[in-house]
Design a protein around this ligand. Structure first.
Ligand SMILES: O=C(O)CCC(=O)C(=O)O
Length: 275
């Protein structure tokens, strides 16, 4: 038994590579998060694009709070230990009646992190169901890295449209069905993906990537991360400050630098970028 997860849930994570559903926010809190995002989208003239897709928790106080939410961190600590960094965040938003999809892939493929003790907390800002293109996972697929190819498909929500280059038996896939305010956790080597959203409403998920402080960046320049719990005895990452206000000019400048560095790392080996 951990701080938040039962022994059975921890066994399931070790065996299958994922756990869900875990409540984080009330339905009303989830709605407030969606409204905040949609207010920002209204100000910016549409869905988040370019650098706003990278680490938005450095630009918005309400996302800075969310990556530090005890209901998330207690569960993450049970898996990764007490000293935790938030390495990255991004929205996975599928518009109503849109073709946007996520090809089958493993997150570890291009992230350059030194070990697979890395997980994603995927927080549902709306319900996420088969009707609107929920995430799907392949149980037990997190034991080995498989080769990938880049497709840069225009409807693929992933940075390089990366796709696993081995057969995926979709009959074994599990639907990660979440109510707004719930989260799932998945391992960095988990094979996962999702289909289009034919429904009349948006599907919005906020993905938070957590690592223990012992993990290093092995690809490219010095990387940065946000210490969200415990103590960093390793200093492998530059520690990022917390924003005091939304779209604070100093944070915007720092965030642009960090996003540039991240783009170089994520797009290494290709001349194309999507930022
Ligand atoms: O939102 C989705 O459907 C997929 C999310 C995903 O690929 C991820 O969190 O790594």
């Amino acid at each position: 038994m951990g701080r938040r997860l039962s022994a059975a849930a921890l066994d399931q994570y070790a065996r299958d590579g994922y756990i869900f559903p875990l409540p984080v926010l009330s339905t009303d809190e989830a709605r407030q998060y969606r409204l905040r995002l949609e207010r920002v989208e209204g100000q910016l003239g549409g869905p988040l694009r370019g650098y706003y897709r990278v680490k938005p928790h450095l630009l918005f106080t309400w996302l800075a709070d969310l990556v530090r939410h005890p209901a998330i961190l207690d569960a993450v600590e049970d898996v990764l230990g007490p000293d935790l960094l938030c390495w990255n965040t991004s929205f996975f938003t599928k518009e109503a009646q849109s073709a946007g999809f996520v090809s089958w892939h493993q997150d570890a493929t291009y992230w350059g992190l030194s070990e697979p003790d890395v997980l994603t907390a995927w927080i549902a800002f709306t319900d996420s169901t088969p009707a609107n293109g929920n995430m799907r996972v392949m149980p037990g697929s997190h034991r080995a890295q498989a080769p990938h190819v880049d497709t840069f498909h225009p409807d693929n929500l992933l940075s390089r449209g990366q796709e696993i280059a081995v057969e995926v038996d979709e009959r074994q896939a599990v639907d990660i069905v979440l109510r707004a305010g719930e989260m799932s956790l998945h391992h960095v080597l988990m094979v996962h993906g999702s289909g289009a959203n034919p429904s009349d409403d948006r599907r919005i998920g906020f993905a938070i990537r957590y690592v223990p402080t012992r993990v290093r960046q092995t690809a490219g320049p010095r990387d940065s991360a946000t210490l969200v719990r415990g103590h960093d005895a390793f200093g492998h990452f530059e520690l990022e400050p917390r924003p005091d206000a939304d779209l604070d000019p100093a944070m915007l400048a720092l965030h642009a630098e960090i996003s540039d560095r991240q783009a170089k790392m994520l797009y290494r080996g290709t001349s194309k970028t999507r930022f």
